[in-house]
Design a protein around this ligand. Structure first.
Ligand SMILES: [Zn+2]
Length: 87
């Protein structure tokens, strides 16, 4: 029997192999996230930074095999939100 399940933390759809949490949340629970270092934040800002993307000086990051993921803030304006719920 197939049953649609979602992550109990973020609500993302779970894969067959997942438990109660998605892979992202499991990783976070294991505390594999750490604060990014200054060079890491600088690199992230140089590559991705702009008016619509901001990265905290102590942004959380998760290490991968050839780099790392750095958490960022992405801007959504009231107008953008209105597009979704406008009636
Ligand atoms: Zn999740």
């Amino acid at each position: 029997m197939h049953e649609d399940r979602s992550c109990s933390n973020c609500g993302m759809d779970l894969e067959e192999s997942d438990g109660e949490l998605c892979k992202h949340c499991v990783r976070e629970e294991r505390d594999e996230l750490r604060a990014a270092t200054d060079p890491e934040v600088t690199a992230a800002r140089n590559i991705h930074g702009g008016t619509d993307i901001e990265i905290d000086h102590d942004a959380k990051c998760a290490e991968g095999s050839e780099g790392l993921w750095v958490a960022a803030w992405v801007w959504v304006s009231n107008t953008d939100v209105g597009v979704r719920g406008n009636d």
